[in-house]
Design a protein around this ligand. Structure first.
Ligand code: MEV
Length: 440
């Protein structure tokens, strides 16, 4: 019987780790070792960079790198890189981009770029003393962090404000500093966290040295110094609009009928959290794909988006639609804290190409591109849902995956693609089709 616990695993070489894994957890260690090794990068230096992103790596996990052409965003043409494992997302985004390219394209507005960090601390004493000391505490924090912030200040960013918040009505002795930052073209997580940790240290020192503070008041307990991934002030709006009649006939629906059905579908996503969740998931299909392709942090983006969608107290749609004075207007407002310099954006071998493909955008321009991809994907999903349903397009794409999985020959792929053009496809029906004799 194998011993499946190990100490010192992280100290093993990569090959040693893989060997231990395949020998202990796989039916065919030799085959698995070979397969997982086949995904190692051919270039050892590149592989080292990739391994540096994480720990205990034994192979690389591959996802498709696709592109959606025909995006016109604020008058500029883009081919948008998308990394996603779900079929039809790239096709849908491309087709929505093309649809809107001939109707003025996407227009975006950056509504803000500041990000928030928090220092949560416990302090007991006369809160008026703390409030009165804030200008002096703030000055000490800023002075002590000059080294950390100087580069960011040179680039036009830095610390925007530091505000003390009394939270003692919620939790005894609980206060926090809310610090706002401008991080220019970087996402800024490391910068923000370094500043916050420096501010915490300065604050503790300031209190220790403060004249007129009692022993209890000199004693601060810093609980956490960490950025907030909720970034409602790092916000972008992406919009498409056109006269209703310019929508044209869509899947046999006259433009007025399509527009009304579309607006109702958005309205339902505002009313019903079950629908809103799926609706926003569709938006994030587009957003995450570009966020990942540019090596930004999709967990942070998702977390912020879902909090923003809940701001009213119930979870609701991130996109909106109106039909007023014969104009169909569809828009999305979403927080997007992304960067185009620093972090993984500079290190990931493919992210570099994504940024080049996009013409080396600033962080603001990337916010515009990503929100447009989210809106495009949302438009495509709602358009399908209120006309043909999504399964037709979905299954058409999925058919190719199933054919690959069933190891169909080139002729079988052609025959099955033709046969299932107007039929519902499932694994069972496809397997049956492949096993039955049919004309090529
Ligand atoms: C599927 O990944 C996404 C959709 O369900 C989104 C939606 O329903 O709006 C099609």
């Amino acid at each position: 019987m194998n011993n499946k616990t190990i100490s010192g695993f992280s100290k093993l070489s990569k090959r040693g780790k893989l060997k231990w894994i395949v020998e202990n957890f796989f039916k065919d260690p030799e085959y698995t070792m070979k397969e997982l090794q086949s995904y190692w990068h051919g270039n050892e230096d590149q592989q080292k960079v990739i391994d540096g992103f994480s720990e205990n790596t034994i192979s690389n996990f591959i996802l498709p790198y696709g592109v959606a052409p025909n995006f016109i965003i604020d008058g500029k043409e883009y081919v948008v890189p998308m990394v996603i494992e779900e079929s039809s997302v790239v096709a849908a985004a491309s087709s929505a981009a093309k649809f809107w390219a001939s109707r003025g394209g996407f227009k975006t507005t950056i509504l803000g770029t500041t990000k928030i960090g928090q220092i949560h601390f416990l302090w007991s004493g006369d809160k008026n003393k703390l409030i009165a000391a804030m200008p002096s505490i703030k000055a000490r924090m800023l002075k002590d962090s000059l080294d950390i912030v100087s580069n960011m200040v040179k680039r036009g960013g830095g610390v925007v404000d530091i505000i003390l918040k009394d939270m003692t009505d919620k939790e005894p002795d609980y206060y926090k500093f809310t610090v706002s930052f401008e991080t220019c073209d970087s996402m800024g997580a490391n910068f923000i966290n370094s500043c916050l940790e420096s501010f915490s240290k300065s604050f503790c020192e300031w209190c220790m040295e403060a004249d007129g503070f009692t022993d209890a008041e000199k004693d601060v307990t810093i609980l956490m110094s960490i950025l907030s991934n909720f970034t409602p002030d790092c916000l972008v709006k992406a919009e498409v609009s056109c006269p209703v009649e310019d929508l044209g006939i869509i899947d046999d629906l006259p433009p007025e009928v399509f527009a009304e059905k579309f607006a109702k579908a958005i309205r339902i996503a505002h009313i019903d959290p079950y629908r809103a969740t799926t609706h926003n998931k569709g938006i994030f299909n587009g957003i995450d794909a570009v966020v990942i392709a540019t090596a930004n942090d999709f967990r942070a983006i998702e977390a912020a988006g879902h909090t923003y969608a809940s701001l009213s107290g119930s979870y609701t749609s991130l996109s909106h639609c109106t039909i007023e004075n014969g104009i169909f207007k569809f828009w999305l407002v979403v927080p997007l804290a992304v960067g185009t310099v620093g972090g993984l954006t500079a290190l990931h071998p493919i992210a570099k190409f994504s940024l080049e493909l996009l013409g080396y955008p600033s962080a603001k321009e990337l916010m515009s591109i990503i929100s447009s991809a989210g809106l495009a994907k949302n438009f495509a999903a709602i358009k399908s849902l209120i006309t043909t349903g999504i399964q037709k397009g979905h299954m058409k794409m999925h058919l190719q995956n199933m054919l690959t999985q069933l190891k169909a020959s080139d002729e079988q792929v052609l025959a099955a693609t033709e046969y299932f053009k107007d039929k519902v496809v499932s694994f069972a029906s496809l397997r049956e089709f492949l096993q039955s004799p049919h004309e090529a």
